[in-house]
Design a protein around this ligand. Structure first.
Ligand SMILES: N=CN[C@@H](CCC(=O)O)C(=O)O
Ligand SMILES: [Zn+2]
Length: 432
């Protein structure tokens, strides 16, 4: 098996902790920094992390055989995990930006047939191959920004054929692209035009026809719903999420994004793994999430791009909610793949610390997609998803904001980005 040694990094952020499960409160600040340290990798797994002399003594044969990468003066950390995206979609929506800048709201544009409906039309029109190529290019960009695992929601089909196409594109990319893609079914992302005025029938169709097929074909692990005034009510959302559970799909929920709608409360009640957005979540909802251990997936890029109030990240951490942060990459409310910029926004606009945002985009994000045992920290036995960053200490990641600090990305033990550029082999992996 191939051996790799990343040696003499100024700082290795291991994110190791004795805490099992998602991190809360002070535990979110423990980055497990080891100064002047090295990481040894065998195949796709991490073997050990620590001072070079220690690794040379304990693993002398492996260290001798290893390909070496000098990380002197740099920071090494786990690959970033983007735990909320609408990755697979047709078209773009730049034409909506001037409308919103002129004062039209996100919901007004959607209710007039734009927004999610526009992207649904484009996604229905696109062939499997077109969607695959477009999404593959986006995954290349994610990789260049240090994102090694991405959650991908369907929800731009709103009919079975297109929902299936989106999920199958994600599945094929999981097999062919170096970035790991984790799928969420989101058939209840909007009520399609053909069901306007007949919303309950659409909910029934999602429950009776789509969910069983998603489970049978093993196309997703999670089931998500847009619980929002004018989209799906808390009662409809509860029905969809409870039905998904009967098929083994773990609930997630788009909650309290635009208007307070007791989405955070619902997330806790249905034992969702996460509630996402939460821009206007109530105090009571936050308390309930803390008590239930529901992960808050916060998406400050969406607040930024929709010019909406930011979620109360500081309060959520202080109240004991495990917080993760994600791009919400989608063509309408957050068309960015830059998770590092999203970290900057979380510091500046949600009052989270430099340490907390790193936890929120690695191990807590991994837990939000049920991958906490596999990725998100640098420790023996975990997948070797590693970043080498062109900064001497982790604090410069937020200080020099809006920049891409990636030097090298190692995905499952293989170097896929070198000197900030994608390696030619990176996009042609076909055996995974
Ligand atoms: N709010 C609902 N869904 C997406 C946006 C989808 C779109 O506008 O295309 C979100 O999470 O922000
Ligand atoms: Zn979303």
């Amino acid at each position: 098996m191939d051996m790799l040694l990343i040696h003499n990094a100024n700082e290795v952020l291991t994110l190791q902790s004795d805490t099992k499960g998602p991190r809360t409160r002070e535990a979110m600040s423990h980055l497990g920094v080891i100064e002047n340290a090295s990481v040894l990798v065998e195949g796709d797994r991490i073997v050990a992390v620590g001072p070079l002399a220690e690794l040379e003594e304990r693993y002398s044969e492996k260290v001798k055989k290893a390909k070496r990468i000098d990380a002197t003066g740099k920071v090494v950390m786990p690959g970033l995990v983007d735990c909320h995206t609408h990755l697979v979609h047709g078209g773009t929506r730049e034409h909506e930006l001037n409308m919103r800048l002129a004062g039209k709201t996100y919901m007004e544009i959607m209710n007039a047939g734009g927004g999610i409906h526009y992207t649904t039309t484009k996604t229905r029109e696109a062939s499997f191959e077109e969607l695959y190529e477009k999404t593959s290019r986006h995954l290349d960009q994610f990789l260049q920004y240090g994102v090694t695992t991405v959650e991908a929601k369907s929800g731009y089909g709103l009919d079975w054929e297109t929902e299936k196409k989106q999920l199958e594109v994600a599945k094929k990319l999981q097999e062919t692209h170096p970035v790991d893609v984790v799928s969420t079914f989101m058939g209840a992302h909007a009520v399609p035009k053909e069901y306007k005025g007949n919303e309950e029938a659409f909910v029934d169709m999602v429950i009776d026809e789509m969910l069983p097929k998603v489970a049978e074909l093993k196309l997703a692990e999670f089931n998500d719903v847009f619980c929002e005034k004018g989209v799906f009510t808390p009662e409809q959302s509860r029905r969809i999420l409870e039905a998904g559970k009967r098929y083994g799909l773990i609930p997630k929920i788009h909650a309290d994004e635009i208007e307070p709608y007791e989405g955070a409360e619902l997330a806790a009640e249905v034992e969702a793994i996460s509630a996402e957005h939460l821009l206007v979540a109530s105090d009571e909802g936050i308390e309930k999430m803390a008590a239930a251990g529901t992960i808050a997936v916060l998406l400050p890029g969406t607040a930024f791009f929709l010019r909406a109030p930011f979620a109360r990240g500081r309060l959520m951490v202080d109240r004991g909610v495990p917080v993760a942060i994600s791009t919400d990459f989608n063509p309408g409310s957050s068309p960015t793949i830059s998770l590092p910029f999203i970290q900057n926004l979380a510091c500046m606009n949600m009052g989270m610390t430099m340490e907390e945002v790193l936890c929120a985009t690695t191990i807590n994000a991994a837990h939000a997609i049920n991958r906490g045992d596999e990725i998100g920290t640098i420790e023996a036995g975990k997948k070797a998803d590693l970043l080498i960053l062109n900064v001497p200490n982790y604090k410069q990641l937020q200080y020099f904001y809006g920049m891409n600090h990636i030097d090298t990305v190692v995905k499952a033990g293989e170097v896929v980005v070198e000197g900030g550029a994608l390696c030619s082999s990176a996009t042609t992996v076909s055996n995974r």
